[in-house]
Design a protein around this ligand. Structure first.
Ligand code: SF4
Ligand code: SF4
Length: 351
């Protein structure tokens, strides 16, 4: 489990179990959920549509054997059912806001009953933007429930009546792989539900989504030029584990993810000018676009590398990078080449 999420989760679990620290615990839970949801937002806003029905780990044991679309559906269907049928005892967001129709989902269940090929087929049918909107609404609605819940309410238990009610909704399949959910939820009190569907369940599935996403990025790299438009080397990049390269539709480099349209300004500019990379551009020396924004701590290093490619070519550049990594111990090139681009270029050439 991701260390910071795991620590936040542990701390939250401890805080909410005592009346004196309960409110603080709820605040921690809301912060944890916010941080986890940001991962979903980043995936939805930066990945191409065809990423969402792919299953890069088919048949393996674990949550990463699913698709990205299924993972989002599953996390928030479970939360919607538990938050609204069991805790608030009102209408699920799926029905009250018409999402079943707008998402185009052929099922209203949690999806536990679906086999691998069924998950792929199901994922292809979903309207992703509506699915994302649904996930956000469910999160916000649960956050409101959590914010108004008092400590005494945590001990509330659920009996046979609740089991029968949940069965009547048809939101949990009767298949063996899904039917266990109802007795499992009903064996917990509200505190137990907070500890699983509203927190740990998110962590487990979002971590699995990150594994899926990273593998999709790796798969798409095959045969792609390993030199980024800005001059960085994808082969040597500390973000290489999760970025699919700015030369593919899986561009999740830092500047792409912080750009409103999810595209790196340097990649866009090079494409518009019909250039292989910024190293071909006569404006490189004074350019302050995207990665070269002066306040970006990687600006000088990127420019030094682009300048090196311009002078010596890509082959020599990749070799110089290998030598740099043999000589120095570093993660980000700016640690070695970042003072100013002229000095960075000199260090690369001297290697
Ligand atoms: S962040 Fe840039 S250099 Fe790093 S892998 Fe992505 S595109 Fe390549
Ligand atoms: S103007 Fe800047 S971002 Fe655009 S191609 Fe030239 S160096 Fe790259």
């Amino acid at each position: 489990m991701d260390k910071s999420w795991s620590e936040m989760n542990k701390e939250m679990q401890m805080l909410i179990s005592k009346e004196a620290t309960y409110r603080e615990g709820i605040q921690k839970l809301l912060a944890l959920r916010k941080s986890l949801f940001e991962q979903i937002t980043q995936i939805v806003t930066t990945f191409p549509a065809d990423a969402f029905d792919q299953m890069p780990f088919p048949g393996v044991k674990g949550y990463h054997s699913k698709t990205l679309a299924y993972s989002i559906w599953h996390i928030f269907r479970i939360e919607d059912i538990v938050a609204h049928e069991m805790i608030a005892e009102d209408r699920q967001v799926l029905f009250s806001q018409g999402f079943l129709e707008t998402i185009h989902s052929p099922i209203l269940t949690t999806g536990n009953e679906l086999s691998g090929p069924e998950i792929t087929a199901f994922s292809r049918q979903l309207n992703l933007q509506e699915l994302y909107r649904y996930a956000r609404k469910v999160m916000q609605s649960t956050d409101r429930i959590l914010a108004h819940m008092d400590f005494a309410g945590l001990k509330r238990k659920f009996g046979d009546e609740m089991k029968a009610k949940l069965q009547r909704t048809g939101c949990v399949s009767e298949a063996e792989s899904a039917a266990w959910l109802i007795p499992y939820w009903c064996a917990k009190d509200v505190l137990g539900l907070i500890r699983m569907p509203f927190s740990r369940h998110w962590i487990m599935h979002i971590e699995a989504m990150l594994r899926i996403k990273n593998r999709l990025c790796r798969n798409v790299w095959k045969g792609v030029d390993p030199i980024a438009y800005c001059g960085f080397s994808c082969n040597h990049c500390f973000l290489g584990a999760w970025c699919g390269s700015c030369r593919t539709a899986y561009n999740t480099c830092s500047f792409a993810t912080i750009s409103p349209d999810g595209k790196c300004p340097n990649a866009v500019c090079c494409q518009e000018r019909g250039m292989d990379g910024c190293y071909e551009c006569s404006l490189l020396e004074t350019c302050e676009k995207g990665v070269y924004t002066p306040s970006n701590d990687g600006a000088n290093a990127a420019k030094a590398q682009a300048m090196f490619i311009r002078k010596h070519g890509k082959k020599a550049y990749l070799k110089a990078h290998d030598r740099l990594h043999e000589k120095y111990d570093f993660a980000k090139t700016q640690e070695i080449l970042g003072q100013d681009w002229q000095e960075g270029l000199r260090i690369l050439e001297e290697g």
